[in-house]
Design a protein. Structure first.
Length: 363
């Protein structure tokens, strides 16, 4: 807490002139960023989010080229290590998932984010529910989560009686008649499936997790879209990992009949997620002015509102209206587990070890 307090004090007093005259500072910042001409970004793989950011940035700052690169987390970490061992510092900002941020922060590749938030509209902890909630790394300094919404398992109410699902919750997947009817985005790889593994183990217990894999024969798939497609086609009744209902729209528009629901909004039936929408900045940035401009731009109410509408993922900003499925909106005042936070990573890894052993046993 002392470290977090120091950051708050630093952000409040380090640049008092900037906070007092943000419009003038922003104009100076834009001019300096335009001279740099470029911003290099490690980008979110979600195409809707990436395309939105590229489009909006180009409209707002046409003289600053945003160069976005999409890579999986582990190859990106390896690339950073190789570049930095050769004293090459090529990246400004990451707008992507959290795992690489946790690793790179520990390896000294990142700068604290809070001192960069000089726009009074974004440098307000109350807007974000407190810095200790918005920053998801253990030091609460580097990895900032922009989104906050619920993640829960999904089921097709045309195949599973809703009253049964409501009564049993996630344990309905263990009913004998649903053998082979659950599908899970790979819980051993970074992504929604791994995050959901905490929820599954907590909801079912170790014995239930064992039964789901060994007796119920849950199907493990490599891609999120495979989960959505299986539920849409009716080959699976339960989907674990991605927000199936949210991603079902193209199938419904194509005439697929499905009534996809989550297991519920209560803390015991859902967890809090940031959907991979985290923000962190590199040290020794090649374009420091464009970096500062970007982080203060993307966290504004206007951009956060538009991005939430495009992605149907709720913003962490408390002044942005809820979007998308009401089942994914957290209950006000409820305390949820948030397995994407760094403090949960040991629990996720332990669950991954258990799942790995069970999958080996299942072969």
């Amino acid at each position: 807490m002392r470290g977090l307090l120091a950051l708050v004090v630093a952000a409040t007093f380090a640049c008092p002139a900037l906070a007092a005259d943000w419009p003038a500072e922003r104009a100076r910042l834009v001019e300096a960023a335009e001279k740099e001409g470029t911003l290099t970004v490690f980008a979110l793989p979600n195409p809707r989010t990436r395309e939105f950011v590229l489009r909006e940035w180009a409209q707002a700052f046409p003289k600053i080229a945003l160069q976005a690169t999409v890579l999986d987390q582990n190859p990106f970490i390896a690339r950073i290590r190789t570049e930095r061992s050769a004293e090459k510092y090529l990246w400004d900002v990451a707008f992507s998932g959290h795992p690489a941020g946790y690793v790179l922060a520990k390896e000294g590749a990142l700068d604290p984010l809070l001192p960069e938030l000089v726009d009074p509209e974004v440098n307000d902890p109350a807007v974000w529910g407190g810095w200790e909630q918005a920053f998801v790394d253990e030091g609460a300094k580097y990895v900032f989560s922009m989104s906050a919404y619920l993640a829960s398992g999904s089921y097709n109410a045309l195949m599973v009686p809703p009253e049964k699902a409501e009564r049993l919750g996630p344990r309905v997947m263990l009913e004998p008649e649903y053998k082979g009817k659950a599908i899970w985005h790979d819980p051993l790889s970074p992504g929604a499936g791994k995050t959901q593994s905490f929820f599954v183990r907590r909801a079912l217990g170790d014995d239930g997790l064992r039964k789901l894999i060994l007796e119920q024969k849950v199907t493990i798939v490599a891609q999120q879209h495979q989960v959505v497609e299986a539920v849409a086609r009716g080959t699976a009744y339960f989907g674990l990992g991605p927000p199936v209902k949210m991603l079902m729209a193209p199938y419904v528009q194509a005439g697929v009949k499905a009534d996809v629901r989550t297991f519920g909004r209560e803390p015991g039936r859902a967890v809090l997620t940031h959907g991979g929408q985290t923000l962190y900045i590199f040290n020794k940035q090649p374009h420091p002015n464009a970096t500062r401009l970007f982080v203060n731009w993307i966290l504004t109410k206007d951009i956060q509102t538009k991005m939430a509408e495009v992605t149907t993922q709720g913003s962490r900003r408390h002044d942005v209206p809820p979007v998308g499925d009401p089942e994914l909106v957290p209950i006000a005042g409820a305390a949820y587990d948030a397995p994407q936070r760094e403090s949960y990573q040991a629990k996720l890894d332990a669950t991954g070890d258990m799942v790995r052993e069970l999958l080996r046993e299942a072969k």
